[in-house]
Write a protein that binds this ligand. Structure first.
Ligand code: GTP
Ligand code: MG
Length: 229
């Protein structure tokens, strides 16, 4: 006797096909997100090696702080819709370059370029884009050095080049950017003119502080080690 369950009808076949397709899609999305996590991990390892090596050999680290974030699948989708990109994974991979983001905070302006050079000079790191908002700050006063890099991620069945956005800035630039970000969101982007002007002045003050601190640091370094070192 044949069980009815052994002869699924067309509707059941279609449902099973849909479930299989959804499973496949979920697996693809997981692999997609994982590739960005692995790329972030690889870059963080590189950054930590630089940090530890500097601290132990030079007794000084140009890196004060490192943080990272991955955009959520919802955030990625929203950005793709906002920018009018095709809503499929390959298109998103090609068009959205800040799914993985790393922020490096340095002590001095010269350190930001030093870290850029040390990362960009590594054999497996390809710089796809650089935006130097330190040399050319944005109109609101924002300063930072932005890199979009690609790094190969070795997975079980393929090698995938994955992009990571790296923002390198000083403590003063970071302080300013966090406050500006809060203000921007508080006013939903429509920041009152007086605050815009105040923020611009604060950015100038932050830049003066950066320059002054670096000059001070250079003077101390030029004097050599303290007598009791
Ligand atoms: P998005 O498409 O929004 O990512 O910007 P973009 O492609 O023009 O890139 P850009 O390099 O200008 O900015 C990338 C990131 O830098 C943003 O997502 C922010 O994290 C940061 N950023 C850029 N401009 C500002 C700014 O004016 N204020 C603050 N606080 N952060 C900024
Ligand atoms: Mg962004």
């Amino acid at each position: 006797m044949t069980d009815a369950l052994d002869q699924p009808d067309d509707a059941a076949n279609t449902a099973l096909g849909t479930i299989a397709a959804m499973r496949e899609l979920k697996l693809e999305l997981t692999r997609f997100m994982m590739s960005y996590k692995f790329a972030t991990d690889e870059m963080l390892t590189k950054i930590n090696i630089l940090k530890e090596e500097f601290s132990s050999i030079h007794d000084y680290s140009p890196i004060e702080h490192v943080s990272s974030r991955l955009k959520s699948p919802e955030g990625i989708l929203k950005k793709a819709i906002r920018k009018g990109h095709p809503l499929e994974l390959d298109g998103i991979r090609d068009n959205i370059q800040d799914i993985a983001g790393i922020r490096i905070t340095c002590s001095f302006i010269s350190d930001t370029y030093r870290i850029r050079d040390l990362l960009a000079g590594q054999r497996d790191v390809t710089v796809l884009q650089e935006k130097d908002y330190i040399r050319e700050p944005k109109a609101n006063g924002y300063q930072s050095l932005h890199l979009i890099v690609a790094i190969p991620v070795f997975m079980s069945d393929r090698v995938q080049p994955v992009t990571v956005e790296i923002q390198i800035r000083t403590i003063a630039m970071d302080f300013w950017a966090s406050l500006e970000h809060k203000i921007f969101y508080k006013y939903n982007g429509a920041v009152p003119d007086t605050l815009v002007e105040d923020l611009r002045q604060a950015a100038d003050a932050a830049n003066r502080l950066d320059v002054q601190m670096e000059l001070l640091h250079d003077q101390v370094v030029a004097r050599g080690p303290a007598a009791d070192d």
